[in-house]
Ligand binder design. Structure first.
Ligand code: C2E
Ligand code: C2E
Length: 308
């Protein structure tokens, strides 16, 4: 039998990359090989065992194909490959990054990292072996890591059922499933009216009304991003429409609140409502008043709303 050439046996030092990840720079050394697109890179990668493969990601529509390519490489070529995705423009949600990592990527380089930082990050993963388990069936990951196929208003029972099922999803990390927030409307505004100020556009973002408060569950939102998310969702600054809020972001707390809701028990006093940004409201008083939207009375849908 012919001996396998040493380069094929040890490809650890090789870098195969989608050409655009170097932003027009030539290959950095003889060890670098630039491929025209991600498909060619995936194909070449199938011949490698421990090389570094760098995919480029421009659009969120490319995520599913990339997830498939990474999954096949990892499952078929083993844990020696160093699989990297360079985000070329803002296109990855936290949930997308999770999916790519679960499919077998070692590293995702955010679009804000400049070329030099990206190259340092590549250096950082040399010598590493991938150590997480990747399920053989990618559909398990695709369905388990996708957001709930629900958004918008749900009746309280449907809301608690939806949140409970999400909390029971073992593919999602502990304390990383989303944020739940209860908003008490400003005096004179009913929770049902306040709801018309909310526009939930992402699948997995659901709301209901309970005990005079508006309850939102924002899937895969992290606590530090809650204010950003609320700014996207509300048509008025949060401090204009709501006076107090309570936030839950750890599994154990979300689960107990959902249980209490299902039993019709009020949130305990220990979970005190915090006044919303009094300082911001005061500051706004000096500025020109923003155009006010008038709350509109609405009729709640009779059945669970499931938007396509
Ligand atoms: P979608 O998930 O139903 O989101 C609908 C709209 O909600 C988005 O419309 C955008 O206006 C708003 N939105 C949701 N999340 C965010 C956010 O984190 N930041 C900002 N600035 N806006 C947000 P858009 O942008 O026209 O996107 C339409 C659809 O395209 C989205 O529907 C989603 O399926 C997809 N999409 C767009 N950009 C991204 C992205 O960066 N990552 C992912 N995973 N999907 C995206
Ligand atoms: P960003 O718009 O500054 O949002 C930062 C984070 O706030 C998001 O991180 C997410 O955790 C949370 N967030 C913002 N809006 C919503 C929302 O409507 N629902 C929920 N559940 N969470 C929300 P994430 O998901 O990692 O996204 C990172 C960045 O990617 C976003 O930063 C935005 O620049 C971009 N992006 C994501 N999805 C979309 C989209 O659908 N449309 C547009 N235009 N940009 C998006």
């Amino acid at each position: 039998q012919k001996p396998v050439p040493s380069a094929a046996r040890n490809d650890d030092h090789l870098y195969l990359a989608e050409q655009r990840v170097l932003e027009g720079a030539p290959p950095l050394s003889a060890n670098w090989q630039l491929l025209e697109n991600n498909a060619q890179l995936a194909q070449q990668g199938m011949l490698m065992l421990s090389a570094t493969l760098v995919f480029a990601l421009y659009h969120s529509e490319e995520i599913d194909t990339l997830a498939q390519q990474i999954h096949s490489l990892r499952r078929q070529r083993g844990n020696g490959l160093k699989i990297v995705v360079r985000e070329m423009r803002a296109s990855l949600r936290y949930s997308d990054e999770r999916l790519l990592l679960a499919c077998g990527a070692n590293l995702i380089v955010p679009h804000v990292a400049p070329l030099s930082r990206f190259l340092t990050m590549l250096e950082g993963i040399q010598g590493q072996r991938f150590s997480r388990h990747v399920p053989a069936d990618i559909d398990v990951l695709l369905s388990g890591l996708r957001p709930l196929q629900l958004k918008g208003y749900l009746r309280p029972e449907a809301f608690t059922t939806a949140v409970r099922s999400l909390m029971g999803n073992t593919l999602l990390p502990e304390d990383g499933k989303g944020v739940m927030v209860a908003l008490r409307p400003a005096p004179g505004l009913r929770a049902e009216q306040a709801m018309t100020l909310c526009q939930l556009r992402r699948f997995g973002d659901v709301m209901t009304v309970a005990q005079g408060r508006l309850l939102l569950f924002l899937s895969t939102c992290r606590i530090n991003d809650l204010d950003t998310a609320l700014r996207h969702i509300l048509r008025l600054p949060v401090e204009e429409a709501f006076s107090n809020r309570v936030v839950w972001y750890q599994d154990v707390d979300i689960n107990s609140e959902i249980k209490r809701m299902a039993q019709g028990v009020a949130t305990p006093a220990a979970r005190q409502e915090t006044p919303i940004a009094a300082k911001t409201a005061e500051k706004n008083a000096d500025a020109a008043p923003p155009a006010r939207r008038q709350p509109v009375a609405i009729t709640l849908p009779a059945a669970q709303e499931k938007q396509a």
